[in-house]
Design a protein around this ligand. Structure first.
Ligand SMILES: *Cc1c(COP(=O)(O)O)cnc(C)c1O
Length: 476
């Protein structure tokens, strides 16, 4: 198999303004050809201009796939919350759904029905008082779901203010160390973000902090189930109780939106007694990422409202649906249906038992990893993997010197591990931490290989032999 070399050369020539090497016209490639059989290396992918001619699909596929290897190995990316492992059936369903558009409820009514079932399943999982009356939708991820939740709160607040004959021009949203999607929401939709700084030693927003920030222009409070930076949960029920006290003192009735991007698919299985969801009356809406601990492939999130009254009608658009109207609430129009179908498959395939077992195995691995990391010496755990997400976060001990966590990140990277270092949000931004997420597909074996590599890196960093790659075969 070979490419039409001269065509490729020509396109590169056009692009670079230089004469490329002597290209030759070839006949159509034969199935017997080998892409790498020629010393010239055959085709080169163009970088800035679409080639003039067609090329052999197998050859281009091979080149593109080879290029993607430079991305690194997703299962060693311990920075991401997102799904990096899928069983074969998920891949097959994704293929089956390649042509299904989530917005075409009319043409793909069964995909729309599957989405509606997922909404009911999640409303039930999150203890909606009346899941049949709950409204919700799939989204591209938690970011879009957060925008929708924020918009609904803004609209309700404005309506109430207008009904009271009061100004409704300066909405604010109160929160702790939120993910960047809330900063986007605030900027895009003209809402003041009142981000409360972290207290010393805190991993998230604390209830007593609310009173100083909530006022008549507060559209809501965001509570995070699984803080991005530390992986700990914010105490939703206690935050709600603090808002109860504020209401008793001031009359302000402030709703809560729970950003359960990760925790929404962890807490129901690992911490079933933790009250964070619609059991808390003040919680009006919840978002979660299907593509994080929901275990679905990338590209699906969920937004669920306690009941239809929480979702202002003028935010909902009607789309023709089998002769009737299908209400939709989304920022995008066309969107792939495969992720939603895969989410439904996973609900049916794993059931509550399966989700519990998957998340429990992750949590056990995270705890084990936390113990190992704590015993290495230089680290102090911020979150030890107990009580919230299957993850650990840690910093260097205060009296530690000689190297930084950024050095360790770089050393681990030599072996392919992606373990990011970053400062905590204000006012703990003097503290640099590392965070490791344990997800579906990362087992104890892989975690123990990470620990072995960490030990080697620490040896090297403290012994001053930082030049050598972190590879066991280099030990003599
Ligand atoms: C990941 C995350 C988001 C954003 O979710 P996407 O699905 O990546 O859009 C929002 N909030 C929290 C707490 C998150 O962890």
């Amino acid at each position: 198999m070979a490419l039409h070399r001269s065509e490729w050369d020509k396109s590169e020539r056009d692009q670079n303004g230089v004469q490329a090497g002597a290209g030759e016209w070839r006949d159509a490639p034969s199935a017997y050809d080998d892409l790498f059989a020629e010393p010239s290396g055959n085709g080169v992918l163009t970088k800035a201009r679409m080639p003039d001619r067609m090329a052999d699909p197998r050859a281009v596929f091979q080149l593109v796939r080879s290029e993607l290897l430079l991305d690194g190995n997703a299962s060693q990316n311990l920075a991401t919350f997102c799904t990096t492992w899928a069983e074969d059936e998920v891949r097959r369903l994704m293929d089956v759904c390649l042509d299904k558009n989530m917005i075409d409820k009319d043409e793909y009514p069964q995909t729309a029905e599957i989405e509606a079932r997922c909404v009911r399943i999640l409303a039930d999982l999150w203890n909606s008082p009346a899941e049949a009356a709950t409204v919700g939708c799939s989204t591209t991820g938690s970011s879009e779901a957060a925008m929708l939740g924020g918009l609904a709160m803004k609209w309700r607040w404005r309506k109430r203010r207008e009904a009271e004959g009061r100004p409704a021009g300066k909405p604010n949203l109160v929160c702790g160390p939120v993910q960047i999607c809330w900063e986007k929401f605030a900027r895009y939709f003209d809402v003041e973000l009142r981000q409360i700084p972290l207290e010393d030693g805190a991993t998230g927003l604390r209830p007593h902090q609310l009173a100083d920030h909530v006022d008549e222009n507060t559209i809501g409070v965001v509570a995070i189930l699984g803080v991005t930076f530390t992986c700990d949960y914010e105490p939703v029920a206690e935050l709600s109780a603090a808002l109860d006290r504020i209401q008793a003192d001031t009359g302000l009735d402030v709703p809560i939106h729970v950003d359960a991007a990760s925790g929404g698919f962890v807490a129901p299985f690992l911490q079933p007694d933790l009250v964070w969801d619609f059991r808390v009356e003040r919680v009006v809406s919840i978002n979660a990422s299907g593509h994080k601990y929901g275990l679905a492939p990338l590209g699906v999130g969920w937004a669920i409202w306690r009941d239809a009254a929480e979702l202002p009608e003028d935010l909902v658009f009607d789309v023709d649906y089998l002769g009737g109207d299908m209400p939709t609430f989304a920022l995008n129009f066309s969107r792939p249906g495969g992720e939603v179908v895969a989410q439904y498959y996973l609900f049916q395939r794993l059931g509550r038992e399966g989700y519990r077992r998957v998340q429990q195995a992750c949590a056990d691995t995270a705890r084990w990893l936390g113990e190992q990391i704590a015993s290495l010496g230089p680290f102090e755990l911020l979150y030890d993997g107990r009580g919230a997400l299957p993850a650990v976060s840690y910093k260097l001990k205060d009296d530690h010197s000689g190297f930084t966590l950024y050095d360790l990140t770089e050393q681990l990277r030599v072996r392919g591990w992606q373990v990011p270092s970053y400062p905590l949000p204000a006012h703990r931004d003097g503290t640099v931490i590392q965070r490791v997420l344990i997800r579906h597909g990362i087992g104890r074996d892989e975690a123990s290989l990470l620990v072995d590599d960490m030990k080697r890196c620490l040896d090297r960093l403290s012994g001053g032999t930082t030049g050598a790659p972190a590879h066991p075969s280099f030990h003599h």
